[in-house]
Structures are given as C-alpha cells and as structure tokens.
Design a protein around this ligand. Structure first.
Ligand SMILES: *Cc1c(COP(=O)(O)O)cnc(C)c1O
Length: 434
C-alpha cells in the first residue's frame, strides 16, 4: 500500500486501452431514439449527414469494451492523461473529519482547456479525420466545449466552426479568444450564416441567443455539406463512453492504495463527466460486486433529474433532433442565467436518465449560492478554484463527509473535479463579493 494516497499517479502504460460501454450492462435495454416524423425508432444511417460511421457505430455498440486506437491514445498522453487522483487531506482537516472519513477527487481540471471535455473532443475529432471529414461544427454556451473541440481540431488538422451563444460571445470574451487561439472560426449565434439564424434575427433582432438556437445552426451547416460533420459535447452514448477514461483510470488508482469508494459524486449538465467517472464503478454494482452509492448533482433551478419527467423529448429547442427518452424539463424550458453555464440543459443523457429512474443513481439539487461557498472552502484548503459546475459536486462531497462524521460511520467519498474556474472568476466575484 502506498503512503496515504495524497496523490496517486499512473504511468503512460497504465493509460486505459479500452473505453467502457455501459449499454450491454444496463438493467433493461435503452429506449431507442425516435424519428419525430413518424414515431419509429431511427435507423443509424439517418445520422450519417451529421456523424461519421464509427461514432454512429459506437452510439449503438453492443460490446462492453471499445478499443482505443494507438494514435488516439497518444493524443490522450499529450493532454496529460492519465490524470492524478488526489486525496483532499487539507479539506478533510478543515472539516475536522475523523481519519475514516476520506475525500478523493479526480483532477479533470488539469486538461489544457481546464475541463474534462477534451476527452471526447479528441476522440470525436480523431474518428472524423479518419473518415475524411474536413470541418466540425458545434455550439457552445460559455465556451468550455467549444474550446475543447477547437483544440482537438487543431491537433487533428481539421477546421472548426463554433456557434457561440451571442450573450456569452459578448460577455465572456476569454474563451472566445481561446477558441480563436486554436484556430477556430467563432460566430455569435444567432448569425447570418444560416437560414435558421437569419430567420430568428429577422424576428428577434435583439435576441441574446440560446444553446437550442446554436445547436440548430451548427446542425444546419453540417447537414448541408458532405465534408462537414457536427459534434456534441455531452448527452450521447458515444460521448459518455469516451469519458469513461476518467473512471477506468480512477479504478486503477484506488486499487494501488487499497481504497474502495462508498459514494461517487459528479455534477450533471448533460451527464458526461458524471458518467465518465461513475459508469465503470456502476458496472460493478450492476454485476452485484459492489454496494457503492452514486450521487448526481444538479442546480435546483434546472432540476431535470430531481423534478423532470422521464419521457421522450427533443434534444434541442429548435426540435430538429431525434426524440430521446430522458429526464427532461421540456425542450422549451429556458434555464435561468446561473453561473454554471455547463449545467443549463433541459434534459440529461438517456443512459443516466434510465439509471436515475431505476434508482441506481440518486439525484440531488443545490442552490448555486451554497455551491460557491463550498467552492471557496475547497479553494482555500486544496488550492484549486473549481469550475462553477464542479462546485455542485464539491458541495455534495462536503455534505456527505459531514453526515458521515455525524453518524460516526467510516466513508470513502470520491468526486469528479470536472474543471477549474480560473476563467469564471467574475462569477465568483458576483456570488461571493470578492
Ligand atoms: C460542460 C461541463 C460540465 C457539464 O457537462 P456534463 O456533460 O454534465 O459533464 C461540468 N463541468 C464542467 C467543468 C464543464 O465544462
């Protein structure tokens, strides 16, 4: 056993060689996406105008493990994978926890753009280049996903066109600059470059834009050009599968220090960082080999898992996407302007929705103010300023630890630090009055 697990590293050879696909292990088959035109399950080929064949194959894959090609593994090494698992020793002390209540976190904040999103961005860009695609289009809100994809396209020599929600484009200049630094073409959405954008601008010249509109623009551009594909940063099965690198690494790290988590926590926008950490552990639970608990945390003002319906709904506001069975607040729900921009989505991933519905994953919600307080305590004790999104996981981890201290039961708590908040300091300023 290593010293204390202050920080557990893996060497290059220990980088996972396979992604984990949860589809064959789900307690019941995942409801198929439906074609809104006729209510029939969609055929995978129908997605070909938007995604390359390999990603479509992965979306519906039946095998439990999908091999990671060597070149893609090299890209993961380049962005600093495997990433450290850290024990929050100083936070534990600040909370005066007994020795048998422990908190660990996985450092996804250490990626070049500061979040877990490059894991799937690199994979998607890699498979698209192999398929001869020349340009990827996407949408971005605050810019975390856009900057991850911009970097991935720079690595693979592809063009990248990002539709950035107009209000963020204007108010959050740094990630816009980051994307351009990587060579991406960044357009404020709605724009005059698409039919749908023009229509919306004619009707609502002053609209601040929305993710729903930006998705519609990015999809329109990709659907019109054979060499252009669309790329999504969360929600879909293949995206969550790429993120399982996080949990597969963490399993090896915990094994090295002889620890077993009792509870695993992640914040949820579309579900990708939560799934990335939790799904390899959920596999064990579904196989009857673990009694770990899983907690998915969302903002109380975007309560898709805690208060939404489990039903078929569109993935976007423009109603262009197939219908997905998921926990949803309705595709017309307009999320309030909270600082955790990455958590402002009306639905959540179909696989995660099913696991929440089956009570394998417990969902909970917090008010953003209390999460910023938790983020400040974490920053002062661990030296890392979490992304506003990650603060929801930090808060839940702290609450779990304090509850265990109260009831005097030993507990090993693991959460995903999905990103850092260095470009979100204005949010901290507003919430905490810095
Ligand atoms: C985008 C983002 C999220 C939310 O997206 P998920 O797909 O639910 O993970 C969470 N944290 C950070 C730092 C993000 O950038």
């Amino acid at each position: 056993m290593a010293d204390s697990g202050y920080r557990v590293d893996l060497c290059e050879e220990e980088l996972p060689r396979y992604f984990y696909n949860i589809l064959p292990d789900l307690p019941e088959p995942l409801p198929m996406p439906l074609n809104p035109a006729n209510g029939e399950p969609i055929k995978p080929e129908m997605l070909e105008p938007l995604f390359c064949k390999e990603l479509i194959r992965q979306e519906f894959a039946e095998e439990r493990f999908v091999k990671i090609p060597r070149e893609l593994r090299e890209l993961f090494l380049k962005i600093g994978r495997p990433r450290p698992l850290c024990r929050a020793t100083r936070l534990e002390r600040a909370l005066k926890l007994p020795e048998d209540v422990r908190i660990f976190y996985k450092r996804e904040d250490l990626s070049p753009v500061g979040s877990h999103k490059p894991n799937t961005a690199l994979a998607q860009a890699y498979y698209a280049t192999k398929a001869g695609v020349e340009t990827l289009t996407t949408e971005t809100g605050a810019g975390q996903w856009g900057s991850a994809l911009a970097m991935a396209c720079a690595f693979t020599g592809m063009k990248c066109k990002v539709y950035m929600v107009r209000v963020s484009y204007e108010q959050k200049p740094y990630r816009r600059m980051l994307m351009r630094m990587f060579g991406a073409d960044v357009v404020a959405s709605p724009s005059d470059t698409t039919e749908i954008g023009k229509k919306i601008r004619e009707r609502f010249p002053d609209t601040p834009g929305s993710l729903g509109i930006a998705i519609s623009e990015a999809v329109e551009v990709a659907a019109k050009d054979a060499k252009t594909n669309y790329s999504l940063g969360s929600v879909l099965n293949h995206v969550l599968m790429h993120q399982t690198m996080i949990g597969l690494e963490t399993q090896k790290q915990l094994h090295k220090i002889d620890e077993k988590p009792d509870v695993i926590i992640g914040c949820v926008g579309g579900g990708s960082n939560f799934a990335g950490l939790a799904y390899p552990f959920i596999a064990k639970k579904l196989a009857g080999k673990s009694d770990c608990e899983f907690i998915a945390v969302e903002p109380d003002v975007v309560p898709s898992m805690t208060r939404g319906d489990y039903k078929y709904d569109f993935g976007d506001t423009g109603k262009l996407t197939p219908l997905l069975k998921m926990c949803t607040l309705g595709c017309e729900f307009i999320p309030p302007a909270i600082h955790a921009g990455g958590l402002r989505y009306h639905g959540c991933a179909p696989t995660l929705s099913l696991l929440v519905n089956k009570k394998i994953v417990r969902a909970m919600a917090y008010d953003q103010k209390e999460t910023f307080e938790a983020g400040r305590l974490f920053a002062r004790s661990e030296g890392i300023i979490p992304a506003p999104e990650s603060n929801f996981a930090v808060k839940a981890a702290i609450d779990q630890a304090l509850a265990a201290k109260q009831t005097k039961e030993g507990k090993t708590i693991l959460f995903n630090l999905s990103g850092h908040g260095l470009l979100d300091l204005p949010g901290y300023h507003e919430m905490l009055g810095l």
